[in-house]
Design a protein around this ligand. Structure first.
Ligand SMILES: NC(=O)c1ccc[n+]([C@@H]2O[C@H](COP(=O)([O-])OP(=O)(O)OC[C@H]3O[C@@H](n4cnc5c(N)ncnc54)[C@H](OP(=O)(O)O)[C@@H]3O)[C@@H](O)[C@H]2O)c1
Length: 244
């Protein structure tokens, strides 16, 4: 495999929203969901999230559970995975708590102007991965401002990232789903209804017609309190809409 194994982990309301219309910086899940999220992060070599997610929370989730930290040490992994934010615009504030959290931070971008972050704001990003379209590789439907994901993921794999956990948001998840990069999806259904056209959903963008929908295979279901934890495998297979 010339890319990492990719798992997305998100929580959503019963009406499919991953935040409210104000994009409030509150996590939807309960303490049980936070534990679940930490466990998934503990399994990863790196996490990846869009700048919209970083802008909303201004922080990332560190592993704090002693069991998970001990497991990582037993596996000869560093205590915290690398936290990778992807952005072209690079509208970050170096004063966000994220930049002071004791985690390795990388920036993945297609914008050469963002490399100044390492010189202007030392300590913000340990590494900046500049990934631009390579002539001869698959043509992407993205604009030139978009990270070409196939070479970017290949580069992450070359840098030793075997397991990548995508933490959101909807823009990034839809890109990964539509380009068949997702191997697993963990979804926590939280007992809320928030509605709102402007509230972000699990997948952003125009969406897929049913005859091109991504088909998921349900691998496990667990209920803890009022929340349902779903685990899907994202295998390539026929989808039901194709026959209609
Ligand atoms: N419930 C949950 O589990 C959960 C998890 C995560 C996030 N959220 C919520 O989701 C919302 C954020 O989601 P979102 O969809 O607005 O944003 P997002 O997916 O987190 O980030 C989108 C941004 O990421 C960058 N990006 C994505 N794909 C790119 C590509 N191919 N090339 C270059 N840059 C790329 C761009 O950044 P630039 O614009 O900087 O170029 C883009 O604007 C927040 O409200 C947050 O609370 C919820």
């Amino acid at each position: 495999m010339n890319r990492p194994y990719i798992t997305a982990v998100l929580a959503m309301t019963a009406d499919g929203k991953i935040s409210d219309y104000q994009r409030s910086p509150f996590r939807l899940g309960s303490p049980a969901d936070k534990l679940h999220l930490e466990a998934r992060i503990a399994e990863a070599d790196a996490t990846l999230f869009g700048s919209g997610t970083l802008r909303a929370y201004q922080t990332t989730l560190r592993i704090t559970q002693p069991d998970y930290l001990a497991w990582r040490i037993s596996q000869e992994k560093p205590p915290q995975p690398i936290h990778i934010v992807c952005s072209h615009a690079g509208h970050f504030d170096p004063h966000w708590p994220f930049f002071a959290q004791p985690v390795p931070r990388w920036l993945l971008t297609s914008n050469p102007h963002l490399t100044h972050w390492q010189t202007d704001f030392p300590g913000t990003f340990e590494k900046i991965i500049l990934c631009q379209e390579t002539p001869g590789l698959k043509k992407w439907t993205f604009s030139p401002s978009q990270i070409p994901w196939e070479p970017a993921l290949h580069q992450l794999r070359q840098l030793g990232i075997e397991k990548l956990t995508v933490l959101g948001g909807g823009n990034l998840v839809s890109t990964f789903v539509e380009n068949h990069f997702l191997d697993e999806l963990w979804l926590t259904i939280c007992p809320f209804l928030v509605g709102g056209e402007n509230a972000p959903s699990l997948m952003a963008g125009q969406g897929l017609p049913l005859n091109a929908a991504k088909t998921l295979q349900l691998n496990a279901v667990k209920t803890v309190g009022q929340e349902v934890f779903l685990h899907y495998l994202c295998q390539e297979s026929e989808n039901p809409g194709k026959n209609h």
